[in-house]
Design a protein around this ligand. Sequence first.
Ligand code: CMP
Length: 144
Amino acid sequence: PRERTFICVKPDSVQRGLIGDIIKRFEQKGFKLVAMKMMQASEELLKAHYEEHAAKPFFPPLVKYMGSGPLVPMVWEGQGVVKMGRMILGETNPLDDQPGTIRGDYSIRMAKNVAHGSDAVESAKREISLWFTDSELNSWSRCD
Ligand code: CMP
């Protein structure tokens, strides 16, 4: 199967009207959108998603913020999409970014860095299975 990554538009970016631009940047690069929804995440889901950060001081505010409104989780597919997805998003700290990346263009705050993206193929698999059921993952080959 083709490489996939998990991208999630964070709550304040939904409120700021950034969903379309984030989708556009992945589409124009040539990646395929295979799953997307709009939802409010449970505390349980967010704690599982961010489990590697459970001991960090920013974990409680991070989980609270991510649960503060609807977010837009997505799955994108294509060769090299995990690494390129991180490049399209930019650095975790938007202050380290040049304009041109999503975070470089839209944020100066680490805690509100616009969108999340998986950092490796294995974490992408884990995150996709947390947020989506198999039947929610679409196959483009059926349209060919
Ligand atoms: P994200 O890619 O969603 O993964 C973990 C998130 O924690 C990160 O983006 C930031 O939004 C948030 N965060 C807040 N403070 C920090 C910090 N000091 N270091 C790393 N991530 C942080």
